[in-house]
Design a protein around this ligand. Structure first.
Ligand SMILES: Cc1cc2nc3c(=O)[nH]c(=O)nc-3n(C[C@H](O)[C@H](O)[C@H](O)COP(=O)(O)OP(=O)(O)OC[C@H]3O[C@@H](n4cnc5c(N)ncnc54)[C@H](O)[C@@H]3O)c2cc1C
Length: 287
């Protein structure tokens, strides 16, 4: 299938890209193109113009400066190759390694994944579990959006139409913190049928001082499993407490059902993925 005709702009600064978005109401940003271009070919999207972010300096790369800062145009491949991330937030390169295939990893970007907000994407849940902050620049200037406030609904975020994600800031994990992302992948695409990211910090006597559990694939948007988080906080992290929390992972969530996996099956997977993610995160936190 061929997409509709569109104009093509290749700005070299974020300000120019914002200007294009303001001037052309139907314009879309182009990052890795791995979600947008298939949608255009299927005529699910027909933007009047593409504003390509690939020539803008400074949107790619990873640095530590008041948090771990990941540029919006950083590709999955760059995440996989980052020694900094492997040391401080190993869940990120590990998860990136299991996104799609080599082509997707080489071109797909963190900013594109967050802005697209696919209900089965991996990095929505990962950034949510890590308590990430998203920097967005638009006509009104720069603002910070917490990952908790970014995902509104299916393929819908709280970004304004003229806003561009420029970077994601992850707090540097402190204390005895462990993390893990576990997914049941769709055999064809690699997308999460259900994926669970868990980040927990141990307190005295190996109790769970804090935990964030984020779920993807199961509902219309990446979301926190708050019932499971509450069940675990302050508890000793033994097998029984972890199993009990995992069983509660679907509580209060409206689970998707489709031709591949029913809501019932997703609830089952959610329990299994949550237990595995918590067990691995706990073992990493213990060191
Ligand atoms: C075969 C295949 C398998 C895949 N498997 C997986 C998988 O296993 N797991 C997974 O998570 N994903 C998977 N993906 C999706 C992949 O991760 C996408 O690349 C990603 O979701 C979008 O990133 P992108 O850079 O390609 O964005 P694009 O497709 O270029 O853009 C996506 C959307 O985000 C907007 N956008 C892009 N960048 C910005 C920005 N900086 N600020 C604001 N808006 C922006 C665009 O305008 C567009 O609306 C797969 C894709 C394919 C084709």
């Amino acid at each position: 299938m061929f997409p509709n005709q569109f104009a093509y702009h290749r700005p070299t600064s974020v300000q120019d890209a914002v200007r294009h978005l303001q001037e052309i109401p139907d314009a879309k940003l182009l990052a890795g193109g791995h979600s947008l271009l298939p949608a255009m070919k299927l005529r699910l999207a027909a933007p009047a113009a593409l504003v390509d972010l690939n020539r803008i300096d400074g949107l790619r790369g990873i640095r530590v400066d008041g948090g771990i800062r990941i540029g919006a145009m950083t590709t999955y491949r760059q995440l996989i190759d980052s020694a900094e991330l492997r040391e401080r937030v190993p869940m990120i390169p590990e998860a990136a390694y299991h996104v799609g295939d080599l082509q997707v990893q080489s071109l797909g970007t963190v900013g594109g994944a967050l802005a697209h907000a696919d209900p089965a994407a991996d990095f929505t849940a990962i950034i949510l579990a890590l308590g990430g902050q998203i920097t967005a620049v638009g006509a009104g200037g720069e603002r910070t959006i917490s990952a908790d406030e970014l995902f509104v609904d299916l393929l819908t975020t709280s970004l304004q139409p003229d806003e561009i994600i420029t970077e994601v800031i992850i707090p540097v994990p402190g204390g005895r913190t462990g993390m893990h992302y576990e997914k049941h992948r769709h055999p064809a695409s690699g997308y999460a049928v259900v994926g669970v990211a868990a980040v927990l910090t141990l307190g005295e006597g190996d109790t769970c001082q804090s935990v964030r559990i984020a779920v993807t694939g199961a509902t219309s948007k990446a979301t926190r499993a708050t019932a499971a988080e509450q069940a675990l906080t302050g508890q000793s992290l033994d097998d029984q407490a972890v199993a009990r929390a995992a069983q509660m992972a679907g509580d209060g969530l409206e689970l998707n059902g489709d031709h591949y996996a029913s809501a019932e099956y997703r609830r089952h997977l959610l329990g299994v993925m949550t237990r595995r993610a918590l067990e691995k995160a706990t073992s990493r936190a213990r060191g």
